[in-house]
Design a protein around this ligand. Structure first.
Ligand code: S3P
Length: 424
């Protein structure tokens, strides 16, 4: 995959459905009673892993492309899978499903690809064990494969050390089955799609600040779900549109939930021209069309409560900061080290290879922007967000940028390169 400097990106696109919301729609639909009909479901490999896991547990799921039908069997309707549950590359599948599996009346083994087998699972093993779950890392290294024996659970009040929607959601899902109330408090509020969608399915969920509380039962009811476009996928076009001169891009129907819209806030803070049009809402999630124009950008500080609202966008934001005037400081982002790759280390290494002036810190990086980028050979490390980030960086760099392993964009955005080309 080779990219060269662009003279301008123009046109209109719709990005695929939101990954986080797609996963949850199949999971919650599977444990609801009746049919859940999902529109604009993300057909990326991660969300297909979620479908396959629930099919293995006896749920009829018809994937008709843009529309997915889930014939849910209720909270107690899952059956023991004949094989290991394979989550592929998907941390969301592995962690959220564990919260459901912890409460079933059967045993399962859950695993995934090489990357998943290196990602930290103690963050869910700890709270689920406090609830009475039997869950253990088969190799005793705090990672998958996980052996989970379903047990009756009790509610807990849990304070999480990390702001993680995956941890919060795993505990809330276990709380759906537990005796008594379960609450999760985070250092900063993470994405709240589980809280919104569980309520939409009829669960008793309340929130206050960075605390979410769930009471067990009643049975969830199948629902219609409209999945908005994924702001994390739109991020590549937002940044490309801002950075490449002579660009104007309209990105249709993008989810702008305030727990996810940090990229819009930080881009504006850097001087970006982004206009929100046609703001609307579907299944409790706000969405809008985004009109993005080339802008002259300056550095900023990204830290604290903003970090969870743009965690997956930090790679492409870091690339953008390299072309902005002045210094950008990213702090409180140590979570980047435990994503599909160590995104902190990979970003600093690859941006440096392209001529950027970047220093890694313990929990982020310092970028001294305004220096021209030049092409390089970039190993994506099979991390979809790294591949897409450097495709965009390549459009702003002299000479050629080659992305190795670029097909990994299939994880979250199968048509990414075609969509990017359609704007050239
Ligand atoms: C996700 C939560 C985030 C995010 C991931 C999707 C989710 O992870 O990075 O891509 O759908 O809950 P953490 O919960 O580990 O922060």
């Amino acid at each position: 995959m080779i990219f060269t400097k662009s003279k301008g990106l123009r046109g209109e696109i719709s990005v695929p459905g939101d990954k986080s919301i797609s996963h949850r729609s199949v999971m919650f639909g599977s444990i609801a009673k009746g049919t859940t009909e999902i529109h604009h479901y993300l057909q990326g490999a991660d969300c297909l892993s979620t479908i396959s896991c629930f099919q293995k547990m006896g749920i009829a799921i018809e994937n008709r492309g843009d529309r997915v039908l889930v014939r849910g069997k209720g909270l107690r309707g899952l059956t023991r899978p004949d094989t290991v549950l394979d989550c592929g590359n998907s941390g969301t599948t592995a962690r959220l499903i564990s919260g459901i599996l912890a409460a079933q009346d059967f045993d399962v083994v859950l695993t995934g690809d090489d990357s998943i087998q290196k990602r930290p699972m103690n963050r869910i093993i700890e709270p689920l064990s406090l609830m009475g779950a039997r869950i253990r890392s088969a190799r005793d290294n705090g990672c998958a494969p996980l052996e989970i024996s379903g047990r009756p659970l009790r509610g807990i009040s849990y304070t999480s050390k990390v702001a993680s929607a995956q941890v919060k959601s795993a505990v809330l899902l276990a709380g759906l089955y537990a005796e008594g109330e379960t609450s999760v408090t985070e250092p900063y509020l993470s994405r709240n799609h589980s809280e919104i969608m569980l309520r939409h399915f009829g669960a008793h969920v309340q929130t206050e600040g960075a605390t979410a509380v769930i009471r067990p039962g009643p049975e969830l009811e199948g629902r219609q779900i409209q999945v908005p476009g994924d702001i994390s996928s739109a991020a590549y076009f937002i940044c490309a549109g801002l950075m490449v001169p002579n660009s104007e891009i309209l990105i249709r129907n993008v989810g702008i939930n305030p727990t996810r819209d940090g990229i819009l806030r930080i881009a504006r803070d850097m001087g970006a021209h982004i206009t929100l049009l046609n703001t609307h809402s579907g299944s409790g999630e706000p969405a809008a069309d985004l009109l993005v124009r080339s802008s002259s950008l300056h550095g900023t500080v990204i830290q604290g409560s903003l970090i969870p609202t743009l965690i997956d966008e930090l790679p492409v934001i870091a690339a953008m900061a390299c072309l902005a005037d002045g210094e950008t400081v990213i702090r409180d982002a140590a979570e980047l080290k435990v994503k599909e790759s160590n995104r902190l280390e990979v970003m600093v290494r690859c941006l440096t290879a392209m001529g950027a002036d970047v220093t890694e810190t313990g929990d982020g990086m310092i970028i001294r922007g305004g220096k021209p980028l030049h092409g390089a050979v970039i190993d994506s490390c099979l991390d979809h967000r790294i591949a897409m980030t450097f495709a965009v960086a390549g459009l702003c760099a002299d000479k050629e940028t080659e992305i190795l392993g670029g097909e990994c964009v299939n994880i979250s955005y199968p048509g990414f390169y075609e969509d990017l080309k359609s704007l050239m």
